[in-house]
Design a protein around this ligand. Structure first.
Ligand code: ATP
Ligand code: MG
Length: 243
């Protein structure tokens, strides 16, 4: 599904991804963790070319992201992305937020887009809020709408960048529950998070990136959590701080 091979990226003189190779197969739930500034956000943004790279190759479902001739809007329409800040359109209702990209990007008819959007809204438990505006919702509710909006596009893969880290603690659970359900239903997901409870529950792989953008660990969840002696010193140090 996602094949990154020897990807390197620099901001000016600063290297932020260092020869990163990652393979994500259909149905994988890959958790990406690592210290602040290690390149986690950059790594997942390269998947839909929100961040260009200087070296290496990225292929998503057969589409070569790193090829300048690739139709990026088309690719992005099939890669769902949920960020730390919900980034809903504040001047549009929940329903309009759910339908606008389906209509404008996928060319769906308004009725069809609404049916699909509301189905996804129901799935995240927010049907009662369909006519509200984002500002009338809690952070956790807004984030669930953001997830429903991404799902409305029928993505082939979902990318999450710390989707719960801007939320009040009591709202983290409701967003993680939605993500756990998605994972269990077989959605292919790449998730930057420090929620190790989520990782233990549904990840099948865990990637640890160190500052400088080097992938230090890429192993199964059981290996990552169950075999601490085999982890790199940097990983142990990181885990001791967050667990
Ligand atoms: P955090 O946990 O704080 O979200 P992160 O692991 O997601 O961090 P990135 O946001 O990917 O890290 O950033 C990696 C490095 O690239 C950091 O050193 C950051 O300062 C730098 N960086 C990110 N965006 C830019 C930019 N637009 N211009 C210059 N440097 C940048
Ligand atoms: Mg980040």
């Amino acid at each position: 599904m996602i094949q990154m091979t020897n990807v390197s990226k620099w901001y000016g003189p600063v290297q932020v991804l260092n020869n990163a190779s990652v393979q994500v197969n259909k149905g994988d739930v890959v958790v990406v963790c690592g210290p602040s500034g290690s390149g986690k956000s950059t790594l997942i943004k390269t998947v839909n070319a929100l961040e260009p790279v200087q070296q290496g190759e990225i292929i998503v479902n057969g589409i070569k992201v790193t090829d300048p001739k690739t139709d990026l809007p088309k690719l992005r329409s099939k890669v769902g992305m949920v960020f730390q800040h919900f980034e809903l359109f504040p001047h549009l209702s929940v329903t309009e937020n759910l339908t606008i990209a389906q209509i404008k990007v996928l060319g769906r008819k308004p009725d069809e887009a609404k049916t699909r959007g509301l189905k996804m809204l129901d799935r995240v438990g927010l049907m009662a809020h369909k006519d509200k505006f984002p500002g009338q919702l809690s952070g956790g509710q807004q984030q669930r709408v953001a997830i429903a909006r991404a799902l409305s596009m029928d993505p082939m893969v979902m990318l999450f960048d710390e989707p719960t880290s801007a939320l009040d603690p009591e709202m983290v659970g409701e967003v993680l529950d939605v993500m756990v359900t998605l994972a269990k239903e077989g959605m292919t997901m790449m998730v930057v998070t420090h929620e190790m409870g989520f990782a233990r529950k549904v990840a099948n792989r865990v990637i640890f990136i160190d500052v400088g953008g080097r992938i230090l660990e890429d192993c199964s969840k059981d290996e990552f959590f169950g075999n601490p002696e085999a982890r790199q010193p940097r990983t142990k140090d990181f885990l001791s701080k967050i667990l």
